[in-house]
Design a protein around this ligand. Structure first.
Ligand code: NAP
Length: 251
């Protein structure tokens, strides 16, 4: 029997960082709504947990006009939420010469616009826990340093960082906290997509720029869980770089 009324949404819970955040929360006794497009992979995430502790709500979050229905579906299944982390994301390497409006839309719809709309929808009365709620966005070092082919991805992450602080100011009176994590390279299928295209030499150079090595999903998940839980109840409107020493490396 599950008596803990707190529910947390994890988008992107079928893979990488989102999957690790979902299991970290479940391991800490929290209840989790898991969302991505692929039910079978979401089921893999929760294989070791009892079904009263989670809900699988598959959704294509880049379908922005459907997000109102998504919020209503979550509310009807678990009531008001105590937290949300938007870890669903897409990283496309798009050289500037191949940039089109459709490709920009694809990246921004999921990485930026869905993040903003989810924060907006779940901060409406009745959708969040009035005693304290926490939202976490996942940004990337790609918004903070040069990398060929990452302009659109970096811009999509810059957009959520720009959104975070003014939105946090608006939400604080509702006891909703909003923070962002800025991650360096974390070994996930998303990172493997571009690492696999690098030459041996490029990969070695990149690895060398991470004095503590590339990250593991758990390195982000532990901090995300801390930000979602009440242990961080005095923290809002902040960005935290987690990057294995990438920004402090000696050159
Ligand atoms: N890995 C890194 O090095 C790194 C660094 C900085 C920031 N980040 C950010 O961290 C977040 C998680 O990335 P990751 O590395 O864990 O990537 P990942 O392993 O590829 O996971 C991406 C997740 O997003 C979901 N997703 C993709 N399109 C979706 C859609 N249209 N609707 C709903 N869900 C969708 C995927 O599930 P389905 O395919 O089942 O839909 C999957 O669960 C992303 O925002 C990424 O930009 C990653």
């Amino acid at each position: 029997m599950n008596n803990d009324p707190k529910w947390y949404i994890v988008t992107g819970a079928s893979s990488g960082i989102g999957r690790s955040i979902a299991t970290t929360l479940l391991n800490r006794g929290k209840n989790v709504v898991l969302t991505s497009r692929t039910v079978s992979k979401l089921e893999d995430t929760v294989r070791d947990y009892t079904s009263d502790r989670y809900r699988i709500i598959p959704w294509d979050l880049s379908d922005l006009s459907s997000l109102n229905d998504y919020a209503k579906t979550v509310k009807s299944q678990v009531g008001a939420i105590s937290g949300l982390v938007h870890s669903a994301g897409t990283q496309k390497t798009i050289p500037l010469a191949m940039t089109t409006k459709d490709r920009i839309d694809e990246v921004f719809n999921l990485n930026s616009f869905a993040a903003m709309i989810l924060v907006s929808l779940f901060s409406k009365n009745g959708y969040f826990n009035n005693e304290g709620t926490s939202f976490v966005l996942i940004s990337s070092m790609a918004a903070h340093e040069g990398a060929v082919g990452k302009a659109i991805y970096g811009a999509s992450k810059g957009a959520i960082e720009g959104f975070m602080l003014p939105a946090a100011a608006e939400l604080v009176s509702k006891k909703i906290r909003l923070n962002a994590l800025i991650a360096g390279i974390v070994e996930t299928p998303l990172a493997e997509q571009f690492l696999s295209k690098a030459t041996e030499e490029q990969r070695k150079a990149l690895e060398k720029s991470y004095p503590l090595g590339f990250g593991e999903p758990e390195d982000i998940a532990e901090f995300a869980a801390f930000l979602l839980e009440d242990t961080s109840k005095w923290i809002t409107g902040q960005k935290f770089i987690i990057d294995g020493g990438h920004t402090v490396r000696a050159v």
